[in-house]
Design a protein. Structure first.
Length: 218
């Protein structure tokens, strides 16, 4: 088997692992959002287990990437391809951490009634789940347009983030007793906003893998 054929085979394995890692992350975000809206602490605990699996998958993909880099005579495009994956899995692992953080905060609410109806936060969760999925798929399919579209989609997340922040600040001003719970929602809001940012990062590394240029370092 030639070096090139071996490389393509190993890269296909990485693609498969990356898609699986992405799926676990999608499920983790979905579960932490449902745990919050449905007050389901069993779902919240599931996110902790998923985060452990995601951490293991990051290390496994990292080892697979290093294996490729140790092959003889890799060309410049190979280095770009693999280094992009290494950067992407770092962002994916952090997204898993943030889903776990949301689940942890959710469990701290206990049986206390929420100070506001959850509308915008679930909407943010739906958008960032799709962003993560699009980021990975844009890499697998070499879809530069999809990768670049993530930045614009993130604008929607930022808009919802600002709406939630405004609502929570208004609630605190109206009744300072709401402050403790409002701070918890602010943290959840921020974690979802960060997930969107990490998805944008993934899109930027996809652009680097395809074009050889990173939009932030041009």
């Amino acid at each position: 088997m030639s070096i090139r054929v071996r490389y393509e085979k190993e890269l296909k394995t990485i693609f498969d692992k990356l898609v699986l890692m992405c799926r676990y992350i999608e499920i983790a975000i979905e579960k932490c959002a449902r745990a919050l809206t449905e007050r389901d602490y069993t779902l919240a605990k599931d996110v902790f287990e998923a985060d452990t699996i995601i951490d293991h998958m990051e290390r496994d993909i990292e080892q697979s990437c290093l294996k490729i880099l140790m092959m003889e005579q890799p060309v410049a495009s190979d280095f770009r391809e693999v280094s992009a994956v290494l950067k992407m899995i770092t962002d994916l692992e952090r997204i898993g951490d943030q889903a776990r953080d949301i689940a942890e905060i959710t469990m701290q609410f206990g049986d206390e009634q929420y100070i506001k109806k959850l509308v915008h936060i679930p909407q943010m969760a739906v958008i960032v789940i799709q962003m993560v999925k699009d980021g990975v798929q844009s890499y697998i399919n070499r879809d530069l347009e999809l990768a670049r579209s993530l930045d614009k989609t993130d604008d929607k997340v930022d808009e919802l983030f600002n709406v939630v922040m405004g609502d929570l600040i208004a609630l605190i001003k109206k009744n300072p007793k709401h402050a403790e719970q409002a701070v918890m929602f602010i943290m959840i809001n921020k974690y979802l906003e960060r997930i969107g940012d990490h998805a944008v990062n993934i899109g930027e590394w996809v652009e680097y893998a395809i074009t050889g240029e990173h939009p932030k370092y041009e």
